[in-house]
Write a protein that binds this ligand. Sequence first.
Ligand code: C2O
Ligand code: CU
Ligand code: CU
Length: 479
Amino acid sequence: MSQIDRRRFLVLGAGVVVGAGALPLLGCGSDPLTVSPTTTGGSLTTFRSPSEISSVDGLLETTLTAVSGMVPFGDSERWAYSYDGSSPGPTLRVKPGDLMRILVRNKLDNPTNLHTHGLHVSPEGNSDNVFVSIGPGEEFLFEIRLPENHRGGTYWYHPHRHGYVAEQVAGGMAGMILVEDDYDSDPVLAAATERVMVLNDPKIASDSSAFPTSMMDRMMGREGDLVTVNGVHHPRLSVSTGSLERWRLVNASSSRFYDLSLAGAPMMLAGNDGGLMGTPQEIDSLLLAPGERAELLVPVTDSGSINLHSHYYNRGGMGGSGSAGTTDLVTLEAVGAPAQAAVPTRIKGAEISPPPAITGRRSVEMSMSGMSFRFDGKTFDPARIDQHLVLGDVEEWTITNTSMMDHPFHIHVWQFQVTDASDRRLVSPGLKDTVVVPAGGWVKFVLNITDIPGRAVYHCHILDHEDQGMMGVFEATVA
Ligand code: C2O
Ligand code: CU
Ligand code: CU
């Protein structure tokens, strides 16, 4: 056990009763992130889903109050940032054409705001506007209208107030947004058990010492003590053979990458950032960088354990994601006699057409030197427009990364299609809004600049890097 772990253990031991999942891990002498279920003394923390709010007659109306304080953690509690005391926040379930009217109340000591990551909505006014700043004690009403033709999918919300994003997201402020689509009514899909999985890796403490982080952590991108799924460390749940699981994952960690694989059942990739794809495909592993989403289908055929785990991933620089070895995320106990589980071979209506012909090209460079994180040699300036875009253009963007660390590139308002990368593993199918640009490498994608004018941002989704200036501003105007 490292010095830091020992100190944290003592703090926890003195201050709070730690959840059944966590205390044996911290006390058993192994790294808390690499302990397998068999060494946790059989303690079992049940999988839990975030609460859910659905739109009614085209309107989703809610208040999200940003607070700092204790949240449930296993059988105990930990200090976190949250919306109304729960981390993750509620899942918001909406349909194309709906209006989301969300009042954000800020009870933190720092400014905050709200971003709907991945949604194709206006970035202006009181819509998905990241230039809004809600001071301590203030509130702001967001009104975000989804277009009628919005694609279904797994999106998410989190604060986006420059300078405070990493701390607030790592601290626990994030939630899922599910946009329903006609293709969700595919009979096989509709019969599946849907589960939201918000991945985060908070620091575990019983007071606000959970938040501050060192200069080195900010340079690398902070990583926490334990990996949690919907706020629970290594949840287990029991399922029946013959059933199909539909998992909707978001990496809501500030910096940690998850290199996912599944033991005990096949794992099918059915969708990612911008919704489902026409043909689910069986995969062995999936790299999920901060901000990225995945929809996985898991047919449960035989009884026994099914374990979703994450392998160590070296994201460059001086560190990696987690300690070497494997981290367990979720364990399913399948019960029942062997039974086939139906898997959709084709999801009608979810097919993604290839991008239209390119009308122009653009290159963007991500770089870092010391604590300076840049796009095209410049740190973020909200008053500067870095990319002038014209609605109707279809651009091929080449993002290069001259630094020694991977950076997940994210752009607001539109989804893109990755066409090539220096590391072929990163050429993921489907629609994406976030893609890893490998250290010393590059990625190419096609961005179809449609419909929505306005000023918004693109940035590294290692949120410490974004907070330190690895963010640029674009403005899209009508031709
Ligand atoms: Cu997930 Cu600009 O953010
Ligand atoms: Cu975003
Ligand atoms: Cu970065």
